[in-house]
Design a protein around this ligand. Structure first.
Ligand code: GUN
Length: 283
């Protein structure tokens, strides 16, 4: 058996088109959805990420403003800038690119963003809202994974979903989203004693560890859906995920590729959260 691909690029394109339509509708009412992106320091990967976020926004008609600050910026200055953006009615979403310079308290910075503008979904109020099923912003990566499952018409009700990874921005929120769809959810992590015993039972596996070959073909139930959140480099320097794609695709029913899978969906879901933020404040 060879798995069908869940094409993240194609789905992201559809999501962006939908966001563009919603943006146009707001603009017709005189509202310009606006995302403020803050980058502190010179981290090379972060510079690439923010460039993409701004370009994606502009491509869908959203206004994006990139504010760049030197690594030596004082935390107090950053907090003051975030508070000003919280008050600015013309700004609907605020994203502070991570990682921040070491002298800053990341938690304090994120908690300063108004939950109403927390389009990354990293604020504790956003995490709490997801947990209790109240409206709030969902972190973009797990939200994108859920959309990918929806795109193949997968009904999660009663299914066993195994999430590998327990980070605050992927594993834990992913588990809550799956639970919200009535899946039976198991969270596995580096201390899990027999990972294979868990994944062999799974109808859906989400791999979000950040290490190559965490999931190999002997660990997958035939026909399972495999979502690969990993972004790693192999020995030749090529981008690869957490899943041994070549092996697993022979047993899985559906699989996401890396690149071209979850990555483009993460980017697309930031646009969804931003248009949502603008719509909520102008309803
Ligand atoms: N750094 C790496 N990924 C992300 C992300 O999704 N959001 C923010 N703010 N910083 C990041």
């Amino acid at each position: 058996m060879t798995a069908s691909l869940i094409d993240g690029n194609a789905l992201a394109k559809r999501v962006r088109a939908e966001v563009a339509g919603r943006t146009e509708a707001l603009r017709a009412r005189g509202i310009q959805p606006h995302l403020a992106v803050i980058l502190v320091g010179e981290d090379p990967a972060s510079q690439v990420y923010v460039k993409h976020k701004v370009a994606d926004s502009e491509q869908t008609g959203l206004k994006a403003t990139l504010e760049r600050y030197p690594a030596a910026m004082q935390e107090g200055e950053l907090l003051a800038r975030i508070r000003a953006l919280n008050e600015d009615k013309g700004v609907h979403g605020i994203l502070v690119q991570l990682p921040l310079p070491k002298h800053m308290d990341t938690h304090k910075v994120i908690e300063t963003i108004s939950p109403a503008k927390d389009v990354d979904g990293f604020h504790v109020a956003s995490a709490g809202a997801l947990m209790v099923g109240q409206p709030g912003f969902w972190p973009c990566t797990p939200y994108g994974c859920l959309k990918m499952l929806d795109s193949i018409g997968y009904d999660l009700k009663g299914k066993h979903a195994v999430v590998i990874g327990r980070s605050n921005i992927v594993g834990k929120p992913m588990a809550l989203m799956l639970l919200g769809r009535d899946a039976t959810v198991t969270i596995c992590h580096s201390r899990t004693m027999d990972l294979k015993a868990m994944t062999l039972q799974a109808d859906v596996v989400v791999a979000a560890v950040g290490r190559r070959n965490v999931l190999t073909r002997d660990m997958v139930k035939p026909g399972a859906v495999v979502i690969d959140v990993g972004m790693n480099r192999n020995d030749e320097g090529k981008l690869c995920g957490d899943v041994d794609f070549e092996g697993v695709k022979e047993v899985a029913g559906w699989i996401t590729p890396v690149p071209g899978g979850v990555g483009p969906m993460t980017r697309a879901m930031l646009l969804v959260n931003t248009i949502e933020a603008a719509e909520r404040t102008s309803a």
